[in-house]
Design a protein around this ligand. Structure first.
Ligand code: SAM
Ligand code: SF4
Length: 331
């Protein structure tokens, strides 16, 4: 088995593949309410191009792929694509991140394909607040997906972005879910990837504040070991079946062990969430590159990887601040 390392000697074995920029929700931290321009179909990586890219990366040492978006299940024939991916030799894990609006009926098939872990984005268990955050009335479907994930025994993680003035009152009820359910509730610092260019100099609800809020409500909450290369710092409340993760996505405390690459729907390779893309895989493929040439291009990109998200942000090609929609990156 080959191993892939970057120029800072970090093992790279994980790719996050955003399969579409389209979405049926409009989460306010991710997309503007109106006026988002979707990519024309020919600008997206085709399924064949994505499969080829993943196959080559697996030959180079990638072991795990996360399917994300946009909302993965708004792209047609997604289950067929996942089935094709599941047959790639050497690819040990396929996980996915979904908003849960279209997911419930697909869960038995996803399980059959071998999807073991699903991250469900759910920032609030309050129907009105869910509507306010996502700008769509889809709460009941998402709740049904949550229930079905548990019913089918899928390893479930709930992603909740922590937002001042939007869902602070949800933090404790979400954490309480870990009492009865073997789920991981992950509180994520809000990042300025919302498509409108807004930015903030300091983040009030950062990982430290989220933790002290939890400690106030659950004085016995304690740190538990993190899996290798985890972005979340993990905690548990004694006697609870599940655990709690806090992801310092804005503070960037985890870059030293970052093992991941990102591929955007239009085929940009990102070696850091905060870079503006290092090369376009689609262009290289469509210029007729051989497998060996494509692999060399990946190696070159990994040889120039920023040491952390702050350096990557500073080096952004256009010099512009982070502002693109997370739906074009995949989280
Ligand atoms: N549509 C799917 C979903 O919502 O799960 C997958 C794509 S979404 C971009 C992936 C993850 O990114 C979600 O869990 C979402 O909460 C997170 N995300 C989006 N915008 C974010 C932001 N500005 N800050 C932090 N997390 C964000
Ligand atoms: Fe859609 Fe996911 Fe972005 Fe929400 S976070 S708008 S569900 S892509």
């Amino acid at each position: 088995m080959n191993k892939l390392y970057d120029n800072h000697n970090r093992l790279i074995n994980y790719v996050r593949l955003a399969v579409t920029d389209r979405c049926n929700l409009r989460c306010f931290y991710c997309m503007p309410e109106e006026g988002i321009k979707y990519l024309p179909k020919e600008e997206l990586l085709s399924y064949e191009e994505m499969e080829r890219t993943i196959r080559l990366l697996v030959e180079m040492g990638i072991e795990k792929v996360r399917i994300t978006g946009g909302e993965p299940f708004v792209r047609k024939n997604m289950l067929e694509f996942l089935t094709t991916l599941s047959k790639i030799e050497g690819l040990r894990q396929i996980n996915l991140t979904t908003n849960g609006t279209l997911t419930a009926p697909l869960i038995p098939t996803l399980k059959k394909i071998g999807i073991r872990t699903i991250n469900l984005s759910l920032d609030s268990f309050d129907k009105d607040r869910f509507y306010e955050i996502t700008r769509r009335d889809e709460f009941d479907k998402v709740l049904h997906t949550f229930e079905q994930l548990l019913f089918h025994g899928i390893n479930t993680k709930i992603n909740a972005v922590v937002m001042e003035g939007k869902n602070i009152e949800d933090i404790i009820p979400l954490a309480k879910l870990t009492k009865e359910h073997p789920v991981s509730i992950r509180f994520i610092e809000e990042m300025p990837f919302n498509g409108t260019g807004s930015n903030y100099p300091t983040l009030n609800w950062n990982h430290k504040k989220i933790l002290s809020h939890l400690q106030e409500a659950f004085p016995s909450i304690h740190k538990i070991p993190d899996p290798a290369n985890a972005t979340a710092a993990h905690y548990q409340i004694p006697g609870h079946k599940g655990n709690i993760g806090i992801i310092a996505a804005y503070s960037r405390t985890f870059c030293g062990t970052c093992n991941r690459l990102r591929i955007t729907p239009q085929g940009m390779l990102k070696t850091c969430l905060y870079d503006s893309g290092v090369f376009n895989i689609k262009k290289v493929i469509r210029s007729g590159a051989t497998d060996a040439q494509l692999k060399d291009t990946f190696l070159e990109a990994l040889g120039n990887r920023a040491k952390d998200g702050f350096e990557a942000e500073q080096k952004r090609k256009s010099g512009n601040a982070v502002s693109e929609s997370m739906s074009t990156i995949g989280g």
